[in-house]
Design a protein around this ligand. Structure first.
Ligand SMILES: [Zn+2]
Length: 357
């Protein structure tokens, strides 16, 4: 089987002002191994769960290098599992200095590739602000000793998917059918710097979006509709919209009349589904979002659609997922519910098509 969405970056790849000072202070001082037990004793079960999950999440980031984290991840799966590992370039998100360079992060992944072969499928991150980004992408994709399997982007870090600085990267990806993975939820990490007019203007059509708090403006960058200009330019681009819009959007779809016609318009679940149907090479994955069993019915019925059935990938978002549920529970619950046939479809057949395996 193939897990199409995980991360093994360490604390050293995260900017120093990534968490607000107060949260960092609390996490470092208060969140100890016994915090969960303490809350449990007071019968504060929700807090106990929350602190246990957050402690586990934090502990994985501190296990050691990418090698150690990858070993921990593999321990949840059968020996022959292939795992997509998505690098992250957080140097330009306006959250301070990153202790270890992006180059070293990529070198760590290349070293793992040399050891593990097809059991690790690393993706190289393409940030438009990094100089010579096309060269970096090509170098890793075409490395004969440690070939990377795809390209990761994350517009919420402060850019539009149609950023012209990524144009050549997308052209290269389309021509060579190299899979691209993008983050698609309203949440996740986001750009913390100043939202200048330039940063608020979509290069695709020159439209300026109104000022908003960074945590809110990030939705402009991540909105599935923002990719239509990109997909019209590169209609054969192989791109996966990670998280299928996010859990909140599944709720919105499930609980509202027709596509959730509230102030925000259509749910992102519906928007991503439309892209799956309209464009041949658009995919999505269920990572993180499907942690809650209340979404299983909608996933199962989505897989009944003959087009969508071929476009959904299994992924977990390790170790971000630890904030909700354990890696093993996520996969086993999903497989148990979907049954072997549907699970094989998303974790083998579709993943192979997406990854050119
Ligand atoms: Zn992720």
């Amino acid at each position: 089987m193939i897990n199409a969405h995980t991360h093994i970056f360490t604390q050293k790849h995260v900017p120093d002002k990534f968490l607000p000072e107060a949260a960092k202070w609390l996490a470092d001082r208060l969140l100890k191994k016994n915090t969960a037990k303490f809350f449990k004793k007071l019968k504060m079960n929700a807090l106990a769960d929350l602190s246990y999950r957050y402690y586990t999440f934090k502990a994985i980031g501190e296990i050691g290098d990418q090698n150690a984290i990858f070993k921990h991840l593999r321990g949840f799966y059968p020996e022959d599992t292939s795992i997509v590992v998505l690098s992250m370039d957080m140097e330009y998100m306006g959250a301070g200095k990153v202790p270890e360079s992006f180059e070293l992060q990529l070198k760590g992944l290349a070293d793992l590739k040399k050891i593990h072969g097809n059991k690790i499928l690393p993706f190289v991150f393409a940030h438009p602000e990094r100089p010579n980004i096309l060269d970096i992408v090509k170098k890793h994709i075409e490395d004969p000793e440690a070939p990377f399997s795809g390209i990761k982007i994350y517009p919420a870090l402060g850019y539009f998917p149609t950023d012209p600085r990524l144009d050549e990267v997308f052209a290269y990806a389309e021509v060579n059918q190299i899979p691209v993975m993008t983050h698609c939820t309203r949440g996740g990490v986001f750009y913390k710097g100043k939202l200048t007019v330039e940063r608020r203007t979509d290069p695709a059509d020159g439209k300026e979006y109104p000022k908003a708090k960074n945590s809110k403006f990030t939705e402009v960058y991540s909105d599935p509709d923002r990719y239509r200009a990109l997909l019209n330019k590169y209609p054969k681009l192989k791109i996966c919209f990670a998280h299928f819009g996010g859990a909140g959007e599944w709720d919105k779809y499930l609980n509202n009349s027709w596509h959730g016609q509230d102030n925000d318009g259509k749910s992102w679940f519906s928007k991503v589904k439309e892209l799956l149907i309209e464009y041949d090479n658009v995919y999505t994955d269920v990572s993180y979002t499907l942690y809650d069993s209340k979404y299983y019915g909608l996933l199962k019925t989505t897989l009944m659609d003959s087009v969508c059935r071929k476009k959904v990938l299994f992924g977990t978002d390790y170790y971000m997922l630890e904030q909700e549920i354990s890696e093993r529970a996520f996969g086993i619950n999903l497989r148990g519910h979907l049954g072997q046939k549907d699970f094989d479809q998303i974790s083998i057949t579709n993943a192979k098509a997406y990854l050119n395996l």
